[in-house]
Design a protein around this ligand. Structure first.
Ligand code: MG
Length: 297
């Protein structure tokens, strides 16, 4: 393509371009232009060669190819300038901080009461039995960064070890779980069903690899969630999709979510508002969280 572009630039911007001085050069461009032969023009008793068999054929060949690089340039809109921070952990300047340290002001229990999980400095820990906590703000499609740590002191196995969960679009008014769960579990040398291990879309999608760290070590999820779309009548128009990086490793690659999380039975969709809270699950294990931020998409 580059020789062609050079040719067009020459033709378009040098008004004194008279043609090529050799037949071979013209034939070379004929091939690139997908036409045949060459034609000539005389200028001061000198012969110049052009690609294609006639001027009209050359013009047609021209028009079939977009010659101006600017044709494919798009200038609007211009992306907003943000400060990305120094590492992937840092909240970018356009993120909403859901927890950085000291308090759970952005969170409530499902009944709307103050979050009773235990805050210590720059992290907080599930307070078993107090129940799940939800963000006060509601979100649809978003990018979420969350760090977690499962208990170092191992007491159980399978689903009983470091179980919690990150839920998207949890309806505060539904009696049971209603959102879409990315499982939090201690999956370090702890076998369970594959679509229930850490970073699974719970009971739906198995992570591509097990990128878990040892219990007691901080881990991260970076999640890109695309909210489902429902028609006004409540039928599903577009399902939800999710991409998950576990400790920086891609483990869910834009997988289609099959419905809200169900412990028993197959997933299904139920229409819900376009924005709902995020949720962290109290599964009776003392899982800790820190550095949580979200960007609306
Ligand atoms: Mg869970």
């Amino acid at each position: 393509m580059i020789p062609l572009l050079l040719f067009f630039l020459t033709i378009n911007f040098q008004s004194d371009f008279k043609g090529f001085s050799s037949k071979d050069e013209a034939l070379y461009y004929s091939e690139l232009l997908k036409c045949e032969g060459y034609f000539t023009k005389n200028d001061n008793d000198k012969i110049f060669y052009f690609p294609c068999s006639s001027e009209s054929e050359l013009q047609n060949a021209y028009q079939e190819i977009e010659v101006e690089p600017t044709v494919t340039e798009i200038w609007d809109p211009e992306p907003d300038v943000i400060n990305p921070g120094n590492s992937f952990r840092d909240a970018p300047s356009d993120a909403i901080i859901l927890f950085s340290k000291d308090n759970l002001n952005e969170w409530v229990h499902k009944n709307g009461k103050e979050a009773k999980w235990i805050v210590k400095d720059d992290y907080f820990t599930v307070n078993p039995g107090t129940g799940d906590i939800l963000t006060k703000k509601s979100f649809g499609s978003c990018q979420l960064h969350v760090e977690f740590k499962t208990p170092e002191n191992i007491k159980s196995k399978g689903q009983g070890r470091g179980n919690s969960g990150v839920y998207f679009m949890e309806d505060p008014n539904s009696p049971g779980d209603s959102g879409y769960e990315i499982q939090v579990l201690d999956s370090y040398e702890n076998r369970t069903y594959s679509n229930g291990q850490a970073a699974s879309v719970y009971k739906q999608h198995i992570p591509l690899v097990n990128a878990s760290k040892k219990p007691g070590e901080w881990q991260s999820y970076d999640i890109i969630f695309k909210a489902p779309i429902f028609s006004e009548r409540g039928s599903l128009e577009s399902p939800a999709y999710v991409t998950v990086f576990h400790n920086g490793v891609l483990v869910q690659n834009n997988v289609q979510i099959q419905g809200y999380v169900k412990f028993i039975g197959y997933p299904e969709y139920k229409a819900h508002p376009p924005k709902l809270p995020l949720k962290l699950q109290d599964h009776s294990n003392k899982v800790s969280y820190r550095n949580i931020w979200v960007r609306e998409l």
